[in-house]
Design a protein around this ligand. Structure first.
Ligand SMILES: *[C@@H]1O[C@H](CO)[C@@H](O)[C@H](O)[C@H]1NC(C)=O
Ligand SMILES: *[C@@H]1O[C@H](CO)[C@@H](O)[C@H](O)[C@H]1NC(C)=O
Ligand SMILES: *[C@@H]1O[C@H](CO)[C@@H](O)[C@H](O)[C@H]1NC(C)=O
Ligand SMILES: *[C@@H]1O[C@H](CO)[C@@H](O)[C@H](O)[C@H]1NC(C)=O
Ligand SMILES: *[C@@H]1O[C@H](CO)[C@@H](O)[C@H](O)[C@H]1NC(C)=O
Ligand SMILES: *[C@@H]1O[C@H](CO)[C@@H](O)[C@H](O)[C@H]1NC(C)=O
Ligand SMILES: *[C@@H]1O[C@H](CO)[C@@H](O)[C@H](O)[C@H]1NC(C)=O
Ligand SMILES: *[C@@H]1O[C@H](CO)[C@@H](O)[C@H](O)[C@H]1NC(C)=O
Ligand SMILES: *[C@@H]1O[C@H](CO)[C@@H](O)[C@H](O)[C@H]1NC(C)=O
Ligand SMILES: *[C@@H]1O[C@H](CO)[C@@H](O)[C@H](O)[C@H]1NC(C)=O
Ligand SMILES: *[C@@H]1O[C@H](CO)[C@@H](O)[C@H](O)[C@H]1NC(C)=O
Ligand SMILES: *[C@@H]1O[C@H](CO)[C@@H](O)[C@H](O)[C@H]1NC(C)=O
Length: 484
């Protein structure tokens, strides 16, 4: 009798104990605790520095020092720069977070390791007890992410702005805007030092939440203390979640998820280089690390169908959260070589907030499936359904035809040709991207919302918005942001 239950258990055990070798990984990481977006420039705080440093220590113990989970061939103590690629947008909070993380990942090597002997026989150790220098390169997207409240500010993709703006005309948005008026008006005394009362609405759900969240962590004397009950704080956060999810992803209009598409492209390209280097007998390109904003997490979560695994993925990840793609094999790794591509597998892990020995990242199935790991080919095919990997693809999807995109513009020569209506399909608003680019400014959007007959207004909007600098509209979304 007992054998019946034991057998499956045993086979499960032998399966999990099959020798597994980790061959590479890609980490996408949120910054640590910072000052509010509404008071730019935002800075990484001491707490935030500590968070990313701890996370770096955790990943060091996972990928560099633990013999059963280390990445095959990755240097454990002295960094070999060709094995790493560390990137972050041009943004102080994200760049500093990446540096803090690296200090935990590759700490100073001390007085003995890494000493160099010169021609004249004297020995040299680097300053700061063997501190290691690791460059953080910039990625083209997401500049100034942490100083902007309106998520598409960090994108120059026209169709993404248009698509995100569609959220502001959705029923979900308009219902919440009117349904939460009273809720937000009771928050006014708490935030009126930073926001005008008229700006404290669902329209600014994230920046209002962000300001309160930062004050809850840092300010011992936050005003109107009695207002900020646990249930009020919870509602402030979940409304911000809904707001940001709506801007970051929509299944039937997914151009707004461009940051997730680009991230998917970057992950694929890097992991592909892990495989090509390994196959060529090189030890390069083993660990990719990118720091980025929560909005990129949300867009990616939506595209990879992670809410099917857990609806928590529709919430904003906490500071210092990380998601990881691990490339591994259960086949033998030939010495100096690499397993066949058909023997490679990928799994996805996520940790909400700072990962540590006592709270490790958890595996979730990708693409709405149920397998904790999938073959490399299935992974690449799944990602390629939405990944944007080339400039040409970006330009076409974004509807950009000028600047670096001019080379890929449609052959028609007329200079003012409207770009193709590729805003993600099916929105039926009849707003062409040419107009949408203008609408990208939130001031004009407010005009739309204030008046119901949107279609009638479109002609008028062109006139209004031509007098409105794009930046001004943006600032009205991210209220309290004086300068980007
Ligand atoms: C961030 O630091 C700069 C100085 O480096 C300071 O001027 C600014 O006020 C700080 N921001 C906040 C929100 O504290
Ligand atoms: C090394 O990793 C394995 C598997 O992830 C884990 O079970 C073990 O506790 C780790 N060992 C140490 C010393 O952290
Ligand atoms: C050896 O060379 C280094 C660098 O040029 C110099 O700083 C050091 O003083 C030299 N040591 C001796 C013993 O000459
Ligand atoms: C895309 O188009 C917009 C509007 O024309 C422009 O502001 C932005 O700089 C363009 N981006 C690129 C990368 O060409
Ligand atoms: C904020 O609201 C409180 C309470 O209504 C009021 O006493 C205070 O003067 C206001 N502060 C500002 C800067 O408007
Ligand atoms: C903390 O909150 C109080 C009350 O609103 C405010 O006067 C003070 O400037 C805040 N302190 C910081 C460091 O933000
Ligand atoms: C409100 O103030 C009390 C005492 O001053 C403090 O214990 C409590 O943590 C404060 N609550 C919030 C939400 O800040
Ligand atoms: C890596 O990318 C190249 C170029 O797109 C492709 O030909 C190759 O099949 C990819 N390798 C793997 C292992 O997917
Ligand atoms: C992360 O935690 C926050 C609350 O701190 C929650 O709103 C969000 O849904 C969580 N995300 C995931 C993927 O667990
Ligand atoms: C985590 O585990 C590793 C390996 O067991 C150990 O070296 C490290 O000190 C631990 N880190 C913390 C913060 O406990
Ligand atoms: C552009 O819009 C027209 C009419 O709304 C539609 O038939 C066509 O499929 C759209 N093209 C694209 C690329 O979305
Ligand atoms: C998602 O897009 C569809 C089609 O454009 C639209 O009907 C719906 O309102 C959108 N939902 C949100 C939350 O933006």
């Amino acid at each position: 009798m007992h054998f019946n239950t034991l057998l499956p258990l045993l086979s499960l055990l032998s399966f999990t104990e099959a020798a597994e070798t980790l061959l590479g990984a890609y980490i996408f990481h949120r910054h640590g605790d910072r000052t509010p977006k509404s008071l730019p420039p935002a800075n990484l705080t001491s707490l935030g520095y500590d968070q990313v440093f701890s996370s770096g220590q955790y990943y060091r113990s996972r990928y560099l020092t633990n013999s059963s989970s280390k990445i095959h061939g990755l240097n454990a103590d002295i960094v070999k720069l060709s094995q790493l690629a560390v990137t972050a947008p041009v943004d102080n909070v994200l760049q500093n977070s990446a540096m803090g993380f690296l200090q935990g990942l590759y700490p100073p090597v001390g007085e003995t390791i890494g000493v160099q002997t010169l021609a004249n026989g004297s020995s040299i150790q680097t300053p700061l007890n063997g501190y290691q220098l690791i460059p953080v390169n910039t990625v083209s997207t997401g500049a100034g992410s942490e100083d902007n409240g309106w998520l598409q500010d960090a994108s120059t993709c026209e169709n993404a702005k248009l698509s995100s703006n569609n959220f502001f005309t959705s029923n979900e948005y308009t219902n919440l805007l009117s349904g939460t008026k009273d809720f937000y008006s009771q928050l006014v005394p708490v935030v009126n030092g930073t926001f005008a009362a008229s700006d404290v609405t669902f329209k600014n759900a994230y920046v209002v939440y962000d300001l309160i969240n930062v004050a809850e962590i840092h300010n011992a004397s936050i005003p109107s203390n009695s207002t900020l009950t646990p249930s009020t704080l919870f509602k402030t956060r979940t409304l911000a979640d809904t707001h940001e999810w709506g801007l970051a992803y929509n299944a039937s209009d997914n151009m707004r998820a461009i940051s997730g598409m680009q991230l998917a492209g970057e992950i694929l390209i890097y992991m592909n280089s892990t495989i090509t280097s390994g196959t060529a007998g090189s030890s390069a390109n083993k660990l990719g690390i990118q720091f980025g904003a929560y909005a990129s997490f949300l867009s990616f979560f939506g595209l990879a169908d992670l809410p099917a695994a857990n609806s928590d993925f529709m919430g904003i990840p906490d500071y210092a959260s990380s998601m990881v793609f691990e490339l591994f094999t259960e086949a033998a790794v030939p010495s100096g070589g690499f397993p066949a591509t058909s023997d490679l597998q990928v799994r996805f892990l996520f940790h909400n907030g700072t990962a540590s020995n006592s709270s490790e990242p958890v595996v979730y199935p990708l693409f709405g499936g149920s397998d904790p790991a999938i073959s490399w080919n299935d992974f690449a095919n799944g990602m390629n359904k939405f990944a944007v990997s080339t400039t040409q693809d970006w330009c076409t999807k974004c509807g950009n035809t000028t600047g670096s995109c001019a080379a890929y513009a449609p052959a028609t020569t007329a200079s003012a040709t409207p770009v193709p209506n590729k805003s993600g399909g099916g929105d039926g608003h009849g707003i062409s991207p040419a107009v949408g680019g203008v609408i990208g400014a939130m001031v004009t959007l407010a005009v739309i919302l204030g008046t119901i007959a949107a279609a009638m207004l479109i002609g008028g909007l062109r006139v209004v918005s031509k007098k409105t600098p794009a930046g001004a509209g943006v600032a009205s979304q991210s209220v309290g942001v004086e300068k980007a």
